[in-house]
Design a protein around this ligand. Structure first.
Ligand SMILES: Cc1cc2nc3c(=O)[nH]c(=O)nc-3n(C[C@H](O)[C@H](O)[C@H](O)COP(=O)(O)OP(=O)(O)OC[C@H]3O[C@@H](n4cnc5c(N)ncnc54)[C@H](O)[C@@H]3O)c2cc1C
Ligand code: FES
Length: 377
């Protein structure tokens, strides 16, 4: 067990076994922010911090990359297996450094570590990834699961996106639909664009195990957790992807803020997560879910809301001044909503948006000879 108290780090005795899984929970205080959270059972400090919506830097989550390193200022920790991970050398251990993705508290702790409070705190990085799964969600949306190399995880804030890098360096942006704590696989919802370079590849040429290159995380569209305003969410089409990430994160941290989600698509078959979202809303008293169709077909037998999604939202919430608004999806929807939401008093500091613009370089570049972004092996 490794103990640090009042600046004097003491190696009391080396553990020869993993910390016991117990019902004990310990209080951890982060310095300098003063944020506090509870670590229970056999949780690592990092997992518990993420569960409380507090992001500290991390990458591999398996004790090999040092990204999550910070200092134990007070208290005791242990590691699974008894010894600190190999990459943490003795000098670092002697001055109280710990790897929080592995460390388990065995007492209350005060730790010193940088906290990620803003998307700018997370440096985007470039990595390879493998297509670990593909699922056709609707006629024109494919769910892609991406797996990073074994020793890597992507730290991101719920709502952010990544760029898929094409062979000639051009890129295509896609929002992450999984929540940050659930990062074994990254989840994308790719809409098929007629003639679209990447999405046509996904729909017609891609197979599981294909290799891609990606860069991220990016974006200022992420959940502001310090804010306690009720939340209005509005998605058009695959704009639901980053909102799903935010919703899964809110569930994970035991949210109590009221959230009303509107999801607008053309026809009933485009509501590709409808069942999942209805079930989520039934299980969460704080969540209301309103799907809207703009052009339902007769065979849809739709008895729900019909019209443009931002009009539906304004019909129900004509006063926006006290809400935080998060909206993502087609640029035309975002532009119309922006204009009308301002008329209804939305506070610009609490209006967050991701317009799914297509790539500026997406016109076919015949000189580049690009065949696509994947390789298989
Ligand atoms: C921050 C951000 C997040 C995004 N997240 C997602 C996401 O989660 N899911 C998703 O499906 N898309 C998302 N997009 C949009 C996506 O990046 C683009 O649609 C992308 O260009 C599609 O790549 P492609 O290679 O298939 O088509 P491209 O080769 O880029 O496009 C071919 C042609 O199709 C047209 N086109 C391209 N995209 C669109 C579009 N969206 N609407 C209408 N016409 C288009 C253009 O005229 C273009 O010349 C996001 C965009 C941004 C900026
Ligand atoms: S050592 Fe990589 S995240 Fe902890």
């Amino acid at each position: 067990m490794f103990r640090h108290n009042g600046g004097n780090f003491l190696l009391r005795r080396k553990q020869t076994s993993a910390p016991r899984v117990t019902d004990m929970s310990y209080q951890v205080t982060i310095e300098p922010s003063g944020h506090r959270f509870t670590v229970g059972g056999d949780e690592s400090v990092l997992d518990a911090a993420l569960r409380h919506g507090l992001v500290i830097p991390y990458s591999c989550r398996n004790g090999t990359c040092l990204t999550c390193m910070g200092k134990v200022v007070e208290g005791e920790i242990g590691y699974p297996g008894g010894e600190p991970p190999d990459c943490l050398d003795e000098t670092a251990v002697a001055v109280g450094q710990a790897l929080f993705c592995q460390a388990r508290p065995t007492s209350d702790l005060v730790i010193e570590v940088r906290e990620v409070r803003d998307a700018g705190d997370l440096a985007p990085r470039r990595t390879r990834c493998r297509v670990a799964g593909m699922e056709r969600l609707s006629r024109d949306v494919m769910r892609l699961y991406l797996k990073l190399p074994d020793a890597e995880r992507l730290a991101f804030l719920p709502g952010q996106y990544i760029d898929i890098l094409l062979r000639d360096g051009r890129r295509r942006s896609f929002s992450l639909a999984n929540a940050p704590h659930d990062d074994e696989l990254l989840e994308l919802h790719v809409r098929h664009i007629e003639g679209g370079e990447f999405s046509e590849q996904v729909f017609f040429n891609m197979e599981e195990k294909a290799l891609l290159r990606m860069e991220g995380p990016y974006g200022q569209f992420y959940l502001r957790e310090d804010d306690d305003r009720p939340i209005l969410m509005m998605a058009g089409s695959t704009g639901i992807a980053p909102l799903k990430s935010i919703l899964d994160h809110l569930v994970h941290i035991g949210n109590r803020r009221a959230v009303h989600l509107y999801w607008g698509v053309r026809e009933r078959q485009d509501l590709y997560l409808d069942g999942e979202l209805r079930a989520l809303a039934e299980g969460c008293s704080w969540l209301t879910y309103t799907p809207c169709l703009s052009e339902p077909r007769a065979e849809d037998a739709w008895e729900g809301r019909i019209g443009l999604v931002h009009n539906m939202l304004l019909h129900d919430h004509p006063e926006l001044g006290s809400h935080a608004v998060y909206m993502s999806g087609p640029p035309a929807m975002i532009a119309a909503a922006q204009r009308d939401f301002h008329r209804h008093g939305v506070d610009p500091d609490h209006l967050h948006q991701d317009a799914f613009e297509f790539a500026a370089d997406s016109r076919p570049d015949l000189t580049a000879g690009t065949q696509g972004s994947t390789t298989t092996d």
